[in-house]
Ligand binder design. Sequence first.
Ligand SMILES: [Zn+2]
Length: 279
Amino acid sequence: MRHATILTAPLLAAFFAGSPGAASAAPTLKGRAVWANPREAGTTEATVVAYVEQLAKAHVNTLIMELKTSTGIFWPSERFAPAVVAEYKAFDLPAVLIRECHKRGIAFHVWFFDFAEGGDSYVAQQHPEWLALSPAGKPTTAEVLRGQPYRMAWMCPARRPGYTDQWLIPLIREFAERYDVDAIHHDYVRYPGDLAPDTYCYCDYCLEEIPKYASYYSTAHPDHPLLNRMDRPHLEAHWETSPKVLPPNWKDYGREMKSRLLLEGTSFPGGNSDLDYFF
Ligand SMILES: [Zn+2]
C-alpha cells in the first residue's frame, strides 16, 4: 500500500508534460513530495512564486529543498557568510519559499548534506584539520574514483572540536531558529561508502577515540598486564582478560600501523583477526 511518493525534478517535469487532465485530477496519494535543488526555484521573488505555483497545480503537498549542498549554503547567513552561494547572499530564498509554500498549504522541508562537502567549499578549504583522513593520512579529495579525481571532501563526524560541533550543528541551529521550517532532512550522515566505508576516518582524533570506544585498553589499570590462567582449549575463550588489545608501545605506532591494527588486528595475539572496528 503506498501512502506517499517522492518526485525528483525530472520526474516532475515528465508529470507536467503529461495531459492537462492528469495534472488537475484529484490526488489519490496522501503524501505528494518533491525533492528539489535551489536552482529550480531561481533567485528572485517572481521565479520562486512561479515555481511554487507550479507545485500547487501538480497537487504537491510537501517540498523538500536542499539548502546545504557540497557547494555551500543557500540562505543569507551572517555567521556563515563566506559559505553562502553567491546568488543567495542578497536574496532570502528560504523566506520566500516558505511564505509561498505555506500560503498554498504546502509543507516545507529543508534537506542538508551533512558530512559531504565539496573539495573547494569554504569550510573544507578553511579547516583542513576537520577533514576525514585515510590510513595514509589523505583526505577523500586525494582519491580517484572511476578514473576521475574525487571531488567530495568528507568531513570527520567524530572530531571534537571539529566540523560537527563548530560548523554543522550551529548551521542547522541557525536555520531552525531563523525559519518556519516544517522538517529537516539529513543526508550523507555516514562515511564515504563509494570509496569504502572502512577506509575513513583515521584522523589523529579518531585513532585516539576508536580504541577508547571499543574498550581496547584499561583506563583503570593502564599498566597491569591483566593476564589470566590459560585453562581452556580455545584461545578466544579467555575473554575475561580483556581489555588489553593495544600493544604497550601503541603510542609509537605510525598512522598506518595503528589503522592496520584496528582493521586487521586480533583481540588475542595469535588468534583470529577479529577487530575490524572503525567509525
Ligand atoms: Zn576522524
